[in-house]
Design a protein around this ligand. Sequence first.
Ligand code: COA
Length: 337
Amino acid sequence: MIRSRFTGLGMAVPPNCIKNNDLQRYMDTSDDWIRQRSGIEQRYWVDEGVSTSDLGLEAANVALEQAKLKPADLDMILFATLSPDHEFPGTACFLQGKLGAPGIPAIDIRQQCSGFIYSVAVADQFIRTGAIRRALVVGAEVHSKGLDLTTRGRDVSVLFGDGAGAVVMEATSIQNPKTDSFLWSTHLHADGTHAQELWTAAPGTGLKTKERILQPHLEEAVHYPKMNGKSVFIHASQKMPESLQEALLANGLSSEEIDLYVLHQANLRINQKCAEVMGLPDEKVFNTIQKYGNTTAATIPIGLVEAEKASRLKQGTLVASAAFGSGYTWASMIYRW
Ligand code: COA
């Protein structure tokens, strides 16, 4: 039986640490408000010259080194981001150019906070069918260049940070499904009726204007992300536990049998709610949002790196991950590390 397993893991964050109080330079906010509502204490922002593929490259190089592979060994690149280097081509192509792995497919995945799990699921399907043996999956975001850093945009802007995470996935032949390291299953969902609850409208052909962006759009701040925070909160608090339960059921597992929950980091309160609904002890849920904010497609691989550093993730650890985000999209997966 051929399945995929994670053989390399890496992350990258830029050097500029922005504490909650530093945001007061741009907008009317406070450390108290941000901590109480989201759990976030700080986030990292890139320098002007750094793009999403630059951060992705740094994380990818670490993951490749850990997997003892060179870019030329890869069969596919998947890049999950909502903050691409440019409108087109996809950021996977920019990363591919920088990595130096010409010829292989390079695919962008635009599923926002669920993008990493969606990308892992796509790579897994190619590996299971034998079409490829090795994939690089990157989740990376440069949010800081796209946020409304004024009081008008404070409900969104304080939540997000820049960062990247990457994994190498390789085909593995399963001898013992109970103990071998491999990806057990992925579960993907979306409901586009909520597409405008968390979105950036411009530039876009969906605008009822002759061009994808015009001066009035900039004045109305339509090119910045907008969010219905309460709707996101309610749906995330339902869908994260629901998709974890779906993954547990598919694998005949109880929630107690999972060693570690590495969940998307949108808001500490959402993850606490999720743990409460599922009856999970706090120590089984690994959170990093305090340090990095919401890095969207990068939160889960960053969580894995931090869990490994903290000796919470080792070979043999049974992990469950779930994410919820813009789209709405949500997803889960279970894997033995
Ligand atoms: N600093 C200070 N005050 C702020 C603020 C900020 N950064 N952002 C908003 N406020 C103010 C609002 O203007 C409002 O003021 P008012 O009562 O005078 O009108 C007040 O705080 C309360 O705003 P509200 O939107 O009701 O707060 P909330 O309790 O719903 O919390 C979120 C807001 C965004 C933290 C919360 O809705 C949330 O976490 N939603 C999910 C967001 C998320 O996870 N997004 C990522 C998805 S992947």
